[in-house]
Design a protein around this ligand. Structure first.
Ligand code: SAM
Length: 249
């Protein structure tokens, strides 16, 4: 291992916080809801875990929790494994496409919760509905799904849309001024390390032909979850167009 995994994860968290103004508060809200729902000991799946941001916070906050972490990006998955190696008996990593039902076949037992952050907007809306159906099938009654992600305002909400855009621009400008790496610079830095650089081509091939999905609204998310079999749905956290959307089976 030649790459400084924890430092790269720390830089990733800073980089992501430039795009998500209250990212830490958003995580804390989701963690509080998990604590209220399941106490201290449960099994949670982190979908599209990236370099391990949500998983790390789950493992730190809940010392008896087990995590299954899934992502499609070999580079970010390698980084997550190394950055969270101290938790190896409590976290299992799998490579998988969350848009495909097979990705759920690796999960053992019945998790009490499924979470995801800043990732599901990478899927087409119809793939999101199918994903929510697969998550619903995975959970027992009462099982919880939470998605922390942007849900954009459409033209029915022009003032909120404009304020959210301006707030995003300000947050990013402040971060870049303070020397935080943007998305491209973070990947440039990470891939200076040979083991990670080797995975860059695989990563590029995997994501090469993916269409860019149109943004979804929070109304779409709530309806999609209900359609997929969640009995109760709601937003457990919001700042402008950033939400934690929840569904209880
Ligand atoms: C912006 S990153 C967020 C990573 C992490 N959850 C976080 O919040 O820091 C988006 C993640 O979604 C993953 N991803 C995108 N599409 C995916 C798919 N179809 N299956 C699995 N992972 C996917 C990417 O590889 C990347 O790790």
């Amino acid at each position: 291992m030649t790459f400084p995994a924890r430092e790269l994860l720390k830089n990733w968290d800073e980089q992501q916080s430039a795009y998500i103004a209250y990212r830490e508060e958003r995580y804390n809200a989701a963690l509080d809801v998990l604590a209220m729902s399941w106490g201290k000991e449960f099994h949670v799946v982190d979908l599209a875990c990236g370099p391990g941001s949500f998983s790390k916070r789950l493992l730190e906050r809940f010392p008896a929790v087990n995590v299954t972490a899934i992502d499609l990006d070999p580079l970010l998955l390698a980084l997550a494994k190394e950055a969270l190696s101290e938790y190896q008996d409590r976290i299992q990593f799998f490579s998988g496409d969350i848009a495909a039902a097979e990705c759920f076949s690796v999960i053992t037992g019945k998790p009490q919760a499924v979470v995801s952050s800043t990732a599901i907007h990478w899927l087409l809306p119809e793939q999101q509905v199918a994903l929510y159906r697969n998550i619903s099938n995975l959970l027992d009654e009462g099982g919880l799904f939470m998605n922390a992600d942007h849900q954009r305002f459409d033209n029915r909400h022009p003032r909120q849309k404009q304020i959210a855009q301006r707030h995003d621009e300000d947050t990013q400008r402040n971060a870049w001024t303070a020397g935080v790496q943007d998305w491209d610079r973070w990947f440039d830095t990470a891939t200076r390390y040979p083991e990670l650089a080797e995975l860059l081509d695989a990563r590029a091939a995997i994501f090469a032909d993916r269409p860019t999905p149109l943004p979804t609204t929070v109304e779409f998310q709530l309806a999609a979850l209900r359609q997929a079999g969640f009995a109760e749905t709601g937003t457990v956290w919001q700042f402008l167009d950033d939400y934690v959307v929840a569904g209880w089976k």
